[in-house]
Design a protein around this ligand. Structure first.
Ligand code: HEM
Length: 192
């Protein structure tokens, strides 16, 4: 998830710079405490995380229908049948999200929030959702505040994405090569 978030920001570097500006405007001390409430209110930070969750969700979350079967949308599904939400298809359908691909990080695009379920939905949805969001915001913000980044020289972003396979977990066939440069005002000793 984090690897893809940085991929998406660096493949369209204006988003990396815009996020840096959003963070700089709120956190004057680049190495200082990052208040989780302040982070949760940052539009672009949230948009980048949600957009990455949308595009990196797995293909299927399978369930087995219990014995006796189940009626779904007027159809009887026999017990023992494997059913699944095709999250990746849902998340990449232009019916729910457009323009495609990569719905421009929440700007001027159609977004059907009911079709957005990277943490699944219902009684067995992810119990770690809020914690995950908090940690994702913190890690992305910390890195973007501390470093300027761009793809490493010779890195082929097109081939890289073709080698990325979202199954039950996303599988990266190639490493993401990034050049990071520490920004002014960063004191790494403050982090430990
Ligand atoms: C980006 C981070 C995360 C994503 C995208 C994610 C996604 C999901 C999804 C899709 C499910 C449902 C799986 C299924 O139905 O087969 C799930 C379940 C679950 N997740 Fe997460 N998760 C994340 C982080 C976390 C964290 C940080 C924790 C714990 C601290 C956590 C704990 C759980 C647990 C315990 C379940 C099972 C819930 C149940 O079956 O009742 N997850 N997660």
């Amino acid at each position: 998830m984090l690897t893809l978030a940085f991929y998406f920001m660096l493949v369209q570097p204006k988003y990396y710079l815009e996020l840096q500006a959003e963070l700089d405007s709120v956190f004057a001390d680049r190495s200082g405490h990052l208040d989780p409430t302040a982070l949760s209110g940052l539009n672009l930070l949230n948009a980048i995380i949600n957009e990455t969750l949308r595009l990196s969700s797995p293909f299927f979350l399978p369930r087995i229908v219990p014995s006796g079967g189940f009626v779904l949308d007027g159809r009887h599904i026999p017990g023992g049948t494997t059913v699944a939400i095709a999250t990746h298809s849902l998340h990449t359908s232009p019916v729910h999200f457009s323009p495609m691909p990569q719905a421009i990080l929440g700007k001027e695009c159609h977004t059907d929030k009911n079709a957005f379920m990277p943490f699944s939905s219902g009684p067995h949805a992810c119990i770690g959702k809020n914690f995950a969001y908090q940690q994702l915001r913190l890690i992305v913000a910390r890195l973007v505040l501390a470093y300027d980044m761009k793809f490493a020289d010779g890195f082929d972003s097109h081939t890289y994405l073709k080698g990325t396979v979202p199954l039950l977990a996303t599988w990266f066939r190639k490493p993401l090569l990034v050049k990071v440069i520490k920004r002014s005002g960063i004191d790494l000793d403050k982090y430990v």
